[in-house]
Design a protein around this ligand. Structure first.
Ligand SMILES: [Zn+2]
Length: 196
């Protein structure tokens, strides 16, 4: 009886709120890559997002044009980001690729991109993030006041913190941090540096 009473009371209290406006959300970490584009068109992808109350979508892709096709289909709520991986697999070598800064320069100048990333400096793969190429990409982001989205899935956030420390004027979005890092580590990362 007590349980029934409680259930009735809770539903009376909360039903008016549940039936109010849908809760809109922003997804700051979306990918729309060549292998997703093969099975889901830009129109379908955007319909799925909006059907699930995603009101803002930050998207990066390989190849680099794909997030722009999503914005063309979905409108201003889609914000394409530009990453330095023109081909699948480039994520391991791009920080030593001399052609990357020139390719990256086109992104802000085209007016079609709103940020840079996602970048994947993952420890353990022999990849370097203290190279002149990496610095040039961050300098570009700073100059155009674009946020840089960085993949932070790792057993420790030290490498990410080091990047934030080296580039205090750049603004960073931490992506994938919820994969392995515990919430308290993520919170510490965000509060330690003002540019995260
Ligand atoms: Zn990602």
């Amino acid at each position: 009886m007590t349980t029934l009473f409680l259930a009735a009371l809770l539903s009376a209290l909360f039903v008016p709120f549940v039936s109010a406006q849908p809760l809109l959300c922003a997804d700051a970490h979306l990918h729309y890559n060549w292998n997703q584009a093969e099975v889901t068109s830009p129109d379908e992808a955007c319909s799925n997002l909006y059907a699930n109350d995603v009101a803002l979508a930050v998207v990066s892709s390989t190849p680099l044009e794909l997030p722009v096709s999503l914005r063309e289909a979905g409108g201003d709520q889609v914000l394409p980001f530009f990453r330095p991986y023109a081909r699948p697999g480039d994520w391991l070598t791009w920080t030593r690729d001399e052609s990357v800064p020139d390719i990256m320069r086109e992104a802000p100048e085209s007016g079609r991109y709103f940020g840079i990333g996602e970048l994947n400096p993952i420890p353990g793969f022999g990849q370097r993030w203290d190279t002149p190429i990496f610095r040039k990409v961050n300098d570009l982001a700073k100059r155009h006041r674009m946020p840089v989205r960085i993949h932070t899935e790792s057993s420790a956030p030290d490498f990410f913190m080091d990047i934030c420390r080296r580039h205090p004027e750049a603004r960073f979005l931490s992506a994938d941090g919820g994969g392995i890092l515990q919430p308290d580590v993520g919170a510490r990362t965000m509060s330690a540096r003002r540019n995260v």
